[in-house]
Design a protein around this ligand. Structure first.
Ligand code: HEM
Length: 392
């Protein structure tokens, strides 16, 4: 597609060293193009992405497979089937509102302080080896959100292990052993959340008590679905926020003057993370499945069509963010398609950015990033997430 980028497979783009020229070439073309070999429509411009995500005929799951067949019947499948992220209509709207209100009221100052403590503990004494940095980036956000949701400090490493097992079932390449481990992890998490929710009833100010109140207020009375979506809060944190932290570290390593500027003024790290989430986001694409004939940007789509929505390309579209290829800390009206758009837009954006900024701050002020300019990394193989793996 773009000979200069040495990238001929759109599904390999998120793990490519620099997919952005490739994305720019796509976004400058028609709003929707058809990739015949992969039988995918591709939306890459900001307008095209918004049009697909705003079209009610473009659904988050194929009608014929609401839950991936590999996990149907397991606890992992049960969790997946209840997630607001994977549903439309009644199983989406009220639960989404409850989650949104719950997350909007989170005390972000407290989350920041707790994340810094957990990040320093997880980094340990002495030098944090480069090979350990990626694992640290996965563990810290999920531990911070589990801490927020009421898990005890001694349970947090176990929650991180369960989450690593659980998300492994979401790939089409998962092995039978990974699928079994994901089922066990989902069962364990559901069981532990059930205990925490019960205990929360006796603690009116706690996070899970608040989540239950928000659920009751919007008329969401499915207790099992609430537990599944509590697990979902952890799973949606896990890879995406690890990527945001990793991509923040690579920005410090590569953007001229950024490391010095942040070392002088760590208070600006939240601004930096916001720009990273636009400039080099952790989630590069999502998909939509057309369930009835419709038209998007003048193109007719049929039931059964699949659209790959290139969120990362849209964030670099100058129509959406002027001077889009520049990394700018101050960016009025920054648009961040990497957190989605429309009915399924991410309700965890502020929490994710707070956690990522606090984690990076802990590393920076404790001296772990002073050699960031010499860091090396490649990207985890993935069809949609951009997560650097740091190497010695
Ligand atoms: C850097 C971190 C994150 C990124 C890049 C991210 C990105 C996204 C994106 C792109 C979507 C929409 C997917 C689609 O429309 O197909 C989404 C949905 C969602 N995210 Fe996030 N997310 C992040 C962190 C979080 C966190 C920390 C939470 C909560 C603890 C969260 C909770 C959710 C939920 C519940 C949805 C489903 C919303 C719906 O379907 O209506 N996310 N996220």
């Amino acid at each position: 597609m773009n000979p200069d980028s040495n990238l001929d497979n759109i599904l390999a783009a998120s793990a490519h060293r620099n997919p952005y020229p490739f994305y720019a070439a796509l976004a400058a073309g028609p709003a929707l193009v058809f990739d015949a070999p992969r039988k995918l429509w591709i939306a890459s411009s900001a307008a095209g992405v918004k049009a697909v995500l705003g079209n009610p005929a473009c659904r988050v799951r194929p009608v014929s497979e609401p839950v991936p067949s590999a996990i149907v019947g397991s606890a992992a499948g049960e969790v997946f089937g209840h997630l607001v992220r994977m549903n439309e209509g009644l199983r989406h709207d009220a639960p989404k509102l409850a989650l949104q209100r719950f997350l909007a009221a989170v005390d972000l100052d407290r989350v920041q302080a707790r994340t810094e403590v957990l990040a320093l503990q997880a980094a340990g004494e002495g030098v944090l080896r480069r090979e350990a940095l990626s694992r640290w980036a996965f563990e810290v956000p999920v531990m911070a959100v589990a801490d927020l949701l009421g898990f005890g400090e001694d349970e947090l490493p176990q929650v991180a292990r369960w989450m690593a097992d659980f998300v492994a079932c979401l790939s089409p390449l998962s092995t039978p052993a990974q699928l079994a481990a994901a089922g066990n992890a989902a069962s364990a998490l559901l069981g532990r959340f059930a205990e925490l929710v019960q205990a929360a009833s006796a603690q009116p100010g706690s996070a899970l008590a608040r989540l239950q109140q928000e659920a009751a207020q919007v008329g969401w009375h499915d207790a099992r679905a609430l537990l599944c979506n509590a697990v979902g809060l952890l799973s949606q944190t896990y890879e995406a926020t690890a990527g945001l932290i990793g991509n923040s570290i690579t920005a410090l390593a590569t953007q001229p003057g950024l490391l010095d500027a942040m070392a002088r003024e760590p208070g600006q790290l939240l601004q930096m993370v916001h720009e990273v989430s636009r400039y080099d986001p952790s989630i590069h694409n999502t998909r939509r499945f057309v369930d009835q004939p419709t038209e998007v940007a003048g193109v007719s789509l049929q039931a059964g069509d699949v659209v790959l929505v290139l969120l990362a390309a849209a964030g670099r579209d100058p129509a959406c963010n002027p001077r889009s290829d520049e990394f700018l800390l101050e960016r009025p009206d920054r648009e961040v398609p990497g957190f989605g758009h429309g009915a399924h837009q991410c309700p965890g954006q502020a929490l994710a950015c707070t956690v990522a900024a606090a984690a990076v701050r802990a590393l920076l002020v404790s001296g772990h990033l002073k050699d960031a300019a010499s860091f090396s990394w490649h990207y985890r193989p993935s069809m949609n997430a951009r997560i650097p793996v740091f190497i010695a």
